[in-house]
Design a protein around this ligand. Structure first.
Ligand SMILES: C[S@@+](CC[C@H](N)C(=O)[O-])C[C@H]1O[C@@H](n2cnc3c(N)ncnc32)[C@H](O)[C@@H]1O
Length: 227
């Protein structure tokens, strides 16, 4: 039984037949995807043998060894691309997620559905996706324990980037402020923008730049529409 809100949101954004879970750790997500009939097969991969062994054990316990392949792989480097419709990369930093995507050109060619959940550097990841021709089509905010995250769904569109991303977008993405989790995510991101803005603002020569962070924080707060 999967009860991690973060991983449940990842599962909600899977749309295809065969998912690859990069950095699977315990393998709970691919097991859930098959048990719920969301995908018919999956690949569970990890860069480390220990988590992969634990995934293999959980997959076998669920009786799904014939449906879920386990692969020792740095990112997607050793994952056979054939038939993969969805790639989930969750629980890692935004820079590492971007690097894993950049190394797998077939994600673009095959128009793979990406489900991405960065723990840090969400701004780096959003900027990378935008600059590389990926469209973020949906974002789900989710609260797990004390923390609130955003899970992004993105697909390569092939269109060149139009302009630069705003600070408001880099921090808040497509998260809507009309649910408690969305509101909490936007408030958290607004506080981060303010902290950066105040830091920059200590240098009088950078007051214009600081003002941009503070305005972006206000713009995120303006999206919050819960009671
Ligand atoms: C914090 S766990 C996240 C597990 C699960 N995806 C989740 O979100 O709950 C990170 C996992 O990613 C694996 N990992 C780290 N870097 C990786 C890479 N470059 N390629 C594949 N797996 C990696 C680690 O071994 C670890 O099992």
């Amino acid at each position: 039984m999967l009860n991690d809100r973060r991983l449940l949101c990842c599962a909600e954004l899977c749309v295809g037949e065969r998912a690859a879970d990069v950095g699977t750790d315990h393998g709970y997500l691919p097991v859930y995807l098959i048990e719920k009939g969301i995908c018919s097969s999956a690949v569970a991969c990890d860069i480390n043998e220990m988590p992969l062994a634990s995934a293999r054990e959980n997959i076998a316990r669920a009786g799904l060894s014939d449906k879920i392949e386990t692969v020792l792989s740095d990112g997607l480097d050793s994952v056979p691309e054939e038939g993969i419709t969805d790639v989930v990369i969750a629980g890692m930093g935004g820079e590492l997620i971007a690097d894993i995507i950049a190394r797998a050109e077939w994600i673009k060619t095959n128009r793979v559905n990406l489900i991405l959940q960065p723990m840090t550097k969400w701004d780096h990841l959003r900027r990378f996706l935008h600059a590389s021709g990926f469209n973020v089509i949906r974002e789900l905010p989710c609260k797990e324990g004390r923390f609130v995250y955003s899970v992004m769904q993105a697909v390569y569109s092939g269109a060149g980037p139009e302009g630069e991303c705003s600070l408001e977008y880099l921090y808040g993405g497509l998260v809507s402020g009309d649910t408690c989790e969305g509101a909490e995510y936007l408030e958290r991101q607004a506080m981060r923008l303010e902290a950066v803005g105040r830091g920059i603002g200590r240098d009088a020569a950078r007051s214009d730049e600081a003002e941009k962070y503070l305005s972006a924080a206000e713009a995120l707060r303006a999206k919050i529409s819960t009671e």
